[in-house]
Ligand binder design. Structure first.
Ligand code: NAD
Length: 290
């Protein structure tokens, strides 16, 4: 049974974050971004970080327009443009319509952040075809459909040197589970393993067009997707055994990595996963010498 989050523990351990002041360094000024699944968690933090860095952002959501609108409002507060758009990333026609909307509102797209993702967990012998298929549809096929639209737009437009030295950037939000097997989450781990080789293969194919494709591999980040892993003292203590750095990550830390990967500061980075995980991929079982 999923443990009930302990609100007192959560309040004591994770004080409410203060929204950072609007950055004066606008490394992404003039760039146009789409962030999928941007009404909560990591996607929300990435959308806000890109907006604070000067990018205009289409905030994609699948449910809860009010949450998406709050993200857009925060981006506008710092001077960039933002629109919200409902689309299910696993639906080809909805993805095409989302890119058409971005082109209509902003003229083009320079940055795609493939963030939308879900978990539907079960012991392997109880994992239904529906659970398997839905996770693959959203986490892998959704990233494929969005990346394909982005590459079409990047190739059509080419490089505008005054905006960026690349014709476009795709950032796939993967997971440490693209390399760490995960019992009880076989569909999720398979989807993220798929994202890894999809990302690398697209990167290899489209690099000559000056299109960069990379992933961020978050470790344990404190978001709604994994409340059961940090929402009680017992769960949190157990989680820390997997993290050499001995704290959970915050979504804003993924936002900052995304800004860097989208900027020309990382122009020679292509086909790579940047793990932002406090060392979770360092085989923590060996931290005392094995
Ligand atoms: P979250 O549940 O807050 O965010 C997922 C978002 O995707 C939600 O806004 C949801 O509405 C959206 N979404 C779901 N299905 C969609 C669909 N069909 N179309 C469009 N949007 C859809 O959880 P999160 O932790 O912020 O997860 C974001 C991404 O980060 C996911 O890809 C997840 O796998 C990845 N990730 C998270 C962690 C973590 O520790 N939180 C670790 C590794 C990877």
């Amino acid at each position: 049974m999923t443990p009930v989050p302990d609100q007192d523990f959560i309040k004591q351990t994770f004080p409410e974050p203060v929204m950072p002041a609007c950055s004066i360094v606008k490394t992404l000024r003039g760039q146009k971004a789409i962030v999928t699944g941007a009404s909560s968690g990591i996607g929300k933090a990435i959308a806000i970080a890109l907006g604070h860095a000067g990018a205009d952002v289409l905030v994609n959501y699948v449910s809860g327009p009010d949450d998406a609108e709050a993200v857009a409002a925060e981006i506008r507060r710092c001077g960039a443009q933002a629109i919200i758009h409902r689309a299910d990333v696993s639906k080809e026609d909805e993805v095409a319509a989302m890119f058409a909307r971005a082109r209509e509102a902003f003229g083009t797209v320079d940055i795609l952040v493939n963030n939308a993702g879900i978990q539907k967990d079960a012991p392997f012998d109880q994992l239904s075809l529906v659970q398997w298929q839905r996770v693959l549809d959203v986490n892998l096929t959704g990233q494929f459909l969005c990346a394909r639209e982005a590459v079409r737009e990047f190739k059509r437009r080419g490089v505008r040197k005054e905006i960026s030295c690349a014709a476009g950037k795709i950032i796939c939000v993967s997971s440490v589970h693209e390399v760490i097997p995960w019992a009880g989450h076989v569909n999720y781990a398979a989807s993220k393993g798929g994202v890894m080789l999809m990302m690398k293969s697209i990167a290899q194919e489209v690099a000559p067009w000056r299109i960069r494709v990379n992933s961020i591999g978050p470790g344990a980040i404190r978001t709604p997707i994994n409340t059961e892993a940090w929402g009680t003292r017992e769960a949190y203590d157990g989680l820390l055994k997997l993290i050499p750095y001995k704290r959970i990550g915050e979504a804003e830390e993924i936002g900052r990595a995304a800004v860097w990967l989208a900027s020309d500061d990382s122009d020679y980075i292509n086909g790579t996963t940047l793990f932002v995980d406090g060392g979770m991929t360092l085989y923590p079982g060996f931290e005392t010498g094995g």
